[in-house]
Write a protein that binds this ligand. Structure first.
Ligand code: GDP
Ligand code: IMO
Ligand code: MG
Length: 421
């Protein structure tokens, strides 16, 4: 069978965790293909909210195997604490979780370097989650990184010391204080813990599953507008968050890709710095933040909020080859008598455009809006045929503009608050 891909079309936090959990019973395998503990994927059911960072969001479904792919950067310390948090829920984590030996390791100095580089940037800071993502991907690309498979090597300690020595020499030039022996101890404790898990050649694993006819869902992290190549560079993350990233991050050939589920909020949010054309720095922005509880799942930072942005969504749909759209958090718009949709950008040269300009950071973009009437009613527990007419009109407008069907509407954080169309 084909590998379906689910990924965010905006700046992350679209609701990927919820939907992977909702769709997981249809899949034999769920596989994370990039990112690391910068991600915070929230799942909610039976009145409990879970936030996963590195563990795939299929973990609560007992029949689903979960893979952490080679494209992921894995922090063993955070991995250990995530697994410990899950221990109270009687999951078969040890038998249901498989970790690629080729996944890159985040070592404690990566986090320190992240801090050092960010503070040196001053006002131009990226707004990183400071989990060591950029520095660990730098080492991977610079061909000096450590990988999960290395922890099985007899000279792992030596390799670790060699890499962290390079890092501490850099850190000496910055004003960063740390307790090295403590960091080292918690790292090696976590590495021993990690050794107890299934460390696999995940590219063989996944291709065997494909050959055997298993259904596979690739779970993206972050969002397309944070992609290292196509996002609002340099205000991006350090991996390919787009569909192509699922191929390189799992070892899956492009011809094996099936459906591409593009997930988006009914409005827009962004956490961290960088351009955000439809950002609302007014009362409406505050109302979105409050109604949507828009605070980061990983860092708790308030998320910047704004109206939906069609030029950027069209861009993401194009880059990813999205075949189905999933619209999240429709309920957050319940309170608005009018809902705005950005259809074009007006650029500083006076021209309007439906495309994302190369220069996003220094260009002053003015969004051009169409206004639709809001539904101003609760969407809690409604079915598709109970949807208010204004919501149906909003969906039709988006489908018409984006030329891709919206096959799922989410009306609340719980698993059950989901309308399949
Ligand atoms: P992810 O990173 O894409 O998995 O998304 P996050 O978990 O970081 O952020 C999404 C937030 O919205 C979480 O707090 C979810 O519980 C919540 N959420 C998901 N879907 C809905 C929805 O349809 N309505 C509301 N109100 N909240 C939702
Ligand atoms: P999920 O998977 C939202 C943002 C950070 C920062 C930039 C770079 O939960 O959607 P990094 O830590 O990667 O160096 O940060 O990217 N960012 C996210 N924003 N959701 C995420 O993940 C994010 N992961 C990173 O805020 O602006
Ligand atoms: Mg998140």
């Amino acid at each position: 069978m084909k590998v379906d891909v689910l990924l965010g079309l905006q700046w992350g936090d679209e609701g990927k965790g919820k939907i992977v959990d909702v769709l997981a019973p249809r899949y034999d395998v769920v596989a994370r293909f990039q990112g690391g503990p910068n991600a915070g994927h929230t799942l909610e059911f039976d009145g409990i909210k879970h936030v996963l960072h590195q563990i795939p969001s299929g973990i609560f479904r007992p029949k689903t195997k979960n893979i952490i792919g080679n494209g992921v950067v894995l922090d063993p310390i955070i991995f250990k604490s995530e697994i410990e948090k899950l221990s109270q829920f009687n999951l078969e984590v040890k038998s249901n979780l498989f970790i690629s030996k080729k996944a890159t390791l985040i070592v404690p100095t990566h986090r320190l370097l992240d801090q050092a580089y960010e503070s040196a940037k001053g006002d131009n800071k990226i707004g990183s989650t400071l989990k060591g993502i950029g520095p660990s991907y730098q080492d991977k690309i610079g061909r000096q990184g450590l990988r999960v498979g290395d922890i099985l090597s007899p000279n792992f300690i030596e390799k670790f010391k060699k890499l962290t020595h390079i890092h501490t020499e850099i850190l000496d030039k910055y004003d960063i204080t740390y307790n090295w022996s403590e960091l080292e101890k918690s790292f090696f404790d976590a590495v021993s813990f990690l050794k107890e898990f299934n460390l696999v050649d995940s590219e063989y694993f996944i291709n065997r599953e494909i050959k055997n006819g298993s259904s596979i869902l690739a779970e993206g992290a972050q969002g397309s507008l944070l992609d290292i190549d196509f996002g609002s560079y340099p205000f991006v993350t350090s991996s390919n968050t787009v569909t192509a990233g699922a191929c390189t991050g799992l070892g899956v050939a492009p011809r094996h890709i099936g459906e591409v589920y593009g997930i988006f909020k009914a409005y827009s949010t962004r956490v961290g710095s960088g351009p955000f054309p439809t950002e609302l720095l007014n009362e409406d922005g505050e109302r979105l933040r409050k109604a949507g509880n828009e605070f980061g799942s990983t860092t708790g930072r308030p998320r910047r909020c704004g109206w939906i942005d069609l030029p950027s969504l069209k861009y993401s749909i194009m880059i990813n080859g999205v075949s189905q759209l999933l619209m999240m958090k429709a309920d957050v718009l319940n309170i608005f008598p009018e809902i705005k949709i950005c259809t074009h950008y007006q650029l500083s040269n006076g021209k309007t455009s439906e495309e994302m300009p190369y220069e996003l950071v220094n260009e002053k973009i003015i969004p051009v809006y169409t206004t639709l009437k809001g539904w101003e009613t609760s969407l809690t527990n409604i079915s598709e045929n109970q949807m208010p007419i204004e919501l149906t009109q909003y969906i039709s407008f988006l489908e018409n503009e984006l030329s891709v069907p919206i096959t799922l509407i989410s009306t609340g954080p719980d698993r059950k608050q989901t309308i399949h169309r």
